[in-house]
Design a protein around this ligand. Structure first.
Ligand code: ZN
Length: 424
């Protein structure tokens, strides 16, 4: 039996805040709906802001709707240590996704302040606006805005009621005109740390309360269309058929087998959506269109999988007399966490009598965007049965405490270092 680590953070305060924020936009007993830039989102942001102020942070909301709290360091000109995540949710979401990263960060800062520690550089805690992307069908808005990575036309994207993001930002109290003149100051941020629930079943299966993220895997998204020839299901002899659905079935099974081939690799492959034409019980399927999602943290391994998947599609089409097209919808590269942060996190965890395993993140997070502008690290907290984006989402209080404590200890270590990146 391992010794339970003694905590510096105030766990009760953290849990009380998680519970209080979950009352805003509450659905059912445990779920929340706080869509980005809505009234509920604003109400949540104001509550979070009041907690930042209790932790002696100066707060502001930037033109992208990000809530930022600043704890002043000795050297206000030094590149900052940033901590955070998001507090917006899916329409049928849970109370932990994003929230523990923001409230855990506030807890870490408040603990520093209450211990009389002034950091070397400024620490900024951010609740990023619209990480989820469900309202305007494009996520990571706030973090992309802050780091100067918005695309053309993003303010004109509409929600399902026809309201543009520009209008939603105005209603939220932001001035979209300021976005035009905004310039991200390269090098302003030294380090970013994010605490988040795992949203997958790996830690639970390993019996581990927390884990250290190795990186965020890069997804490739395709839409594949295979075309054969329709015919009467009762009359066309089997050897003469060009059945697109049979060819597609071979690809689905084949992808599943390819992704499983290296048993200890985190490779995943999924066909999640499929449509059949003409979709009739007595017509041989002429055309099938389906989505492919495959991810890996190792680009070389993902490239190899891709090559073999292309061969598989080619062979299935040749065998069944089909033609095909592949449309690429997304291709992201894997983004690795900084080695020095992973090292620091395991060191600090060891002092808590913990040995958190390293694991990859399949889903993306605000950290994905931050990885392009600074070193980043992530701590994952075990979540029950890997369920997330669902009111059933659950993380045990004692697991969240450990994650927040590790965040605090890492932030304390980094903030003692003059360079803000704890290398030297
Ligand atoms: Zn999240």
């Amino acid at each position: 039996m391992k010794l339970k680590p003694s905590l510096s953070i105030n766990a009760e305060r953290l849990h009380a805040r998680i519970g209080e924020l979950a009352q805003i936009g509450k659905i059912g007993d445990t779920g929340v709906c706080r869509l980005a830039l809505t009234k509920e989102d604003r109400e949540g942001v104001e509550l979070v802001r009041s907690w930042m102020e209790k932790a002696v942070m100066k707060t502001r909301i930037d033109p992208f709707g990000n809530l930022i709290g600043v704890l002043e360091g000795r050297n206000a000109a030094a590149p900052v240590l940033m901590l955070g995540s998001h507090v917006d949710s899916q329409p049928y979401g849970g109370r932990y996704d994003g929230v523990i990263g923001v409230l855990g960060a506030i807890e870490a800062v408040q603990t520093l302040v209450e211990s009389g520690i002034q950091p070397e550089m400024n620490i900024e805690v951010v609740a990023f606006c619209d990480e989820e992307g469900c309202r305007f069908n494009k996520g990571l808005f706030g973090v992309r805005g802050m780091t100067g990575k918005l695309e053309d036309g993003e303010l004109e994207r509409t929600d399902k009621h026809g309201m543009t993001r520009r209008e939603a930002l105005l209603e939220f109290g932001c001035d979209p005109a300021e976005i035009e003149s905004y310039v991200f100051e390269e090098g302003r941020i030294a380090t970013f740390l994010e605490l988040h629930i795992e949203q997958g079943p790996v830690l639970e299966a390993m019996g581990q309360p927390i884990g250290i993220v190795s990186g965020i895997s890069g997804p490739v998204w395709w839409t594949v269309e295979m075309t054969g020839f329709a015919g009467h299901a009762g009359s066309v002899p089997m050897p003469m058929r060009q059945d697109a659905l049979v060819g597609c079935a071979k690809v689905i099974v084949g992808l599943n087998e390819l992704a499983k081939e290296i048993s200890d690799a985190p490779t995943v492959g999924t066909v999640g959506s499929l449509s059949v034409f003409p979709d009739s019980r007595n017509i041989i399927p002429e055309r099938v269109s389906f989505t492919v999602d495959f991810r890996d943290i190792e680009l070389v391994r993902r490239d190899r999988l891709e090559e073999r998947l292309r061969t598989l599609i080619e062979e299935a089409c040749r065998e069944h007399g089909l033609t095909y097209t592949i449309r690429e919808d997304t291709r992201s590269e894997p983004r690795f966490c900084a080695d020095w942060i992973k090292g620091l996190l395991s060191q600090e965890a060891a002092e808590m009598n913990l040995a958190p395993p390293e694991l990859m993140s399949g889903p993306f997070h605000d950290s994905l965007t931050m990885s392009y502008v600074c070193d980043y690290g992530m701590i994952f907290v075990r979540c029950k049965e890997g369920i997330s984006h669902n009111p059933k989402e659950y993380a045990a209080p004692e697991d969240i405490e450990l994650g927040a404590e590790l965040l605090y200890r890492a932030a304390k270590k980094i903030s003692e270092c003059k360079r803000g990146d704890a290398h030297g």
